[in-house]
Design a protein around this ligand. Sequence first.
Ligand SMILES: [Ca+2]
Ligand SMILES: [Ca+2]
Ligand SMILES: [Ca+2]
Length: 492
Amino acid sequence: MRRPISILSIALVAGLAFMTVSCERPTEPANPNSPPDTRLANIPKDSSTVFALATLFWDGGDYDGYITHYQYRYFTSHLLPGAATWTIFDSTAWKDTTGSTVTIPFNSTDSLNKQVFYVRAVDNDGNVDSTPAQKLLYTTRTAPPITKLLFPAKNSSVLVAQQITDWWNGVNLVFTARDQAKEGAIVEYAWAVDGRPYHWVKDTSVFVSPSEFNAPLNGPHTIKVISRNNTNLVDPVGDSARVALVVPSFDRQVLVIDETDEFNSPFVTMGVTDAVVDSFYAEVFPGCDQWDFKTRGMPPRDVLARYKLLVWHADDVPVSKPHKISDPANIAVFTDYLKVGGKFLMSGWRILKSFAYTKNFPFAFPPGTFVHDYLHIYTVDETDVVGDCTGGRGLRGFTDFSVDSVKLALFPYSGKLGWVNLIIKTAGFTDFLYIYKNLDDSQYPTYRGRPIAIRYYGTVYDAVVLGFPMYFIRKEEAKVMAQQILQSLQVN
Ligand SMILES: [Ca+2]
Ligand SMILES: [Ca+2]
Ligand SMILES: [Ca+2]
């Protein structure tokens, strides 16, 4: 029973102490709590003309207590046309803040705008400074920002899938905006599709899910972007584009894209024309459609979207410049096609070398490159220019092939292929299809058995890369090769 007694005695002592303190009060004269004071810093200077986004600073004091918070408000006035007096155009109610600064985008729609800002302190008794601090400022007219849609381009075709996948994140919109005032800045952006509500974002690149568009996905759609600046003005016009979203139909089999330049070696030396090369591929891929890159450039995306498989061939030896398949503008087109489920076969002379043309080989393609990211090939080497490769040994059911010695009966090839791209290191989900063959007495025994062709098994697309030009394979064997690749890629 000791515990309750000691708590009681503590309470008694505390009560006596309280009475002692409070008994002192009534002996002093009555003194009502005085209100606090508020002062505004002279930044910006009173009566100055400033940019519409202005920051004000203040503090305050309270003689017999302390300040709990402040309240501020402001009035915007305009000079009416022909009148000499200012008329209130816009105002705010008192707003609470515990801080001692605020940045305000003052309403500044007229050429000159008068702003009167008030701030008052509130003390711990709820007393309010009856004479708020005030500042008079003038602001010049602000203009809304100007927004530009950078991508997709107006009236372009955009390849899309019905759903987001690990390779396709949606329709990429890229935009930018600039403010017309020197002190202006863009605070946020908004995009909208098909007249639907705006989505405000901080980033200038977004991926729009296919479900955001009006049905049907395949067909014309509108994209609109706007922005807002630091004076709260929104671009009233914005930028927009009408685009064709293309869901690939894959209703045709094979498109052969001819990048073989017959003005390059060895075609120019041997007098082999474009028509001869085209007819070779027409036989090797029966029923294919052909596209001449040299005369027509890159096929548009909506053309690619009709084919299950793109076959890109560049059989000449590039001289001063790499094969144009490696041009970033072309890569952008066919990677768009791959991302939505297209299939890809690439073959050519120094074709992988073309993607790192100025680099010494062996070369490790870094992440972020097409070869690394899309073909899943990490390291590539290149054989000597002297002809040495006599063909390939097929793996995984692929039939061996031999180089067409007649087509290569010239220096320095001696009926064999030189500058063959050897695939040294790859990522997962890849298989080698052929390995390098040369003569038993070759001066390059280390090339023998090295992979020269790869197949990538993707979740969304599949790809086959041949590290040699298909045109220089004996035609009957090239036909078998093509047939087996089509079968492996399930294009039939
Ligand atoms: Ca007070
Ligand atoms: Ca050609
Ligand atoms: Ca052609």
